[in-house]
Design a protein around this ligand. Structure first.
Ligand code: HEM
Length: 213
C-alpha cells in the first residue's frame, strides 16, 4: 500500500498541495457568491453559466475534484496510520494546542464532507441533472434555499467547522513544506485571518438573504 501511495511524508505533501488548491478555490467561490447579495440575478447567473460552460473552468473543476478526493483519501489513510502507530491511549497527555486541533481534524473533515454532499444535492447535482431544479437560475435557487431555517443552520454550523479545519490546515500545510520555522508567526497570522474571513464571508450570504431579501 505504502509503495503505491508513498511514505507518510509524501502523503502529507500531496495532501498539503491539494489543500492549498482548495484554499484558492474557496476564495474564487466566495468572490462569485458575493454576487448573490445584489438584487439583480443576472450577474450571478451569468458567472455560474460561465463557470459551467468554460473549457478552462471545466479542466480546473476536474483538478479541483481530484484535489478534494486525494485530500480526503490521504487524510483518512494518515489518520488510520496515526491510530495504528499509537495503539495505547495515554492516560494523561501534556496539553498542546497543535495536538488538540490535529486530533480533531479528521472529524472536522468528515463534517465538511457531509456538508459538501448536502451542498452538491442543493446545487452541483442539479447542474448534472441528477437532482431537479433550474440550473440556469442558481440565484433563485440560493434565494429559496436560504429562506429555509434548517439550511441556514446546516450551512452556518458547517462554516464554523470549516473555520477550525482551515486554521489548522493552513499551518499544517506550510509545516509540511518545511517553511514553518522561520515564517511561523506570519503564516499563523495569514492562516488565522483567512480561516476567519472566508467562513465569515460565506456565512454573511445566507444571513443577508434570509433577513433582507
Ligand atoms: C453560502 C455559501 C455557498 C453558496 C451560496 C454556494 C453556492 C454554490 C453554487 C451555486 C454552486 C454551483 C455552481 C456551478 O456548479 O456552476 C456551488 C458549487 C460548489 N461549491 Fe459552493 N457555495 C457555498 C459554499 C461552499 C463551501 C464552503 C464549499 C467548500 C467547503 C463549497 C464547495 C463547492 C464545490 C466543490 C462546488 C462544485 C464545483 C463548482 O461547481 O465550482 N461551496 N456552490
Amino acid at each position: 500500500m505504502d509503495k503505491f501511495l508513498g511514505s507518510s511524508v509524501t502523503k502529507k505533501f500531496v495532501m498539503a498541495i491539494a489543500g492549498l488548491f482548495i484554499i484558492l478555490f474557496l476564495l474564487v467561490h466566495l468572490g462569485i457568491n458575493f454576487l448573490l447579495l445584489i438584487d439583480d440575478p443576472v450577474p450571478f447567473n451569468s458567472a455560474a453559466h460561465f463557470m459551467a460552460n468554460n473549457v478552462v473552468v471545466k479542466v480546473f473543476e476536474i483538478v479541483l475534484f481530484a484535489g478534494f478526493l486525494i485530500h480526503i483519501i490521504y487524510g483518512i489513510i494518515l489518520q488510520i496510520q496515526n491510530w495504528l502507530a499509537r495503539p495505547s491511549r495515554y492516560k494523561k497527555t501534556a496539553f498542546s494546542q497543535t495536538s488538540f486541533f490535529s486530533k480533531y481534524m479528521i472529524y472536522l473533515g468528515i463534517i465538511i464532507g457531509i456538508f459538501l454532499f448536502i451542498h452538491f444535492i442543493n446545487f452541483y447535482f442539479v447542474k448534472l441533472g441528477w437532482v431537479e431544479g433550474d440550473h440556469e437560475n442558481f440565484y433563485g435557487m440560493a434565494n429559496d434555499l436560504f429562506h429555509l431555517p434548517l439550511y441556514i443552520v446546516i450551512y452556518l454550523v458547517s462554516f464554523l467547522f470549516l473555520a477550525f479545519h482551515l486554521n489548522h490546515a493552513f499551518q499544517s500545510a506550510f509545516q509540511t513544506f518545511g517553511l514553518n520555522d522561520r515564517y511561523t508567526p506570519v503564516i499563523k497570522k495569514i492562516g488565522l485571518t483567512y480561516s476567519i474571513l472566508v467562513p465569515l464571508g460565506f456565512s454573511i450570504i445566507p444571513i443577508v438573504i434570509y433577513f433582507f431579501k
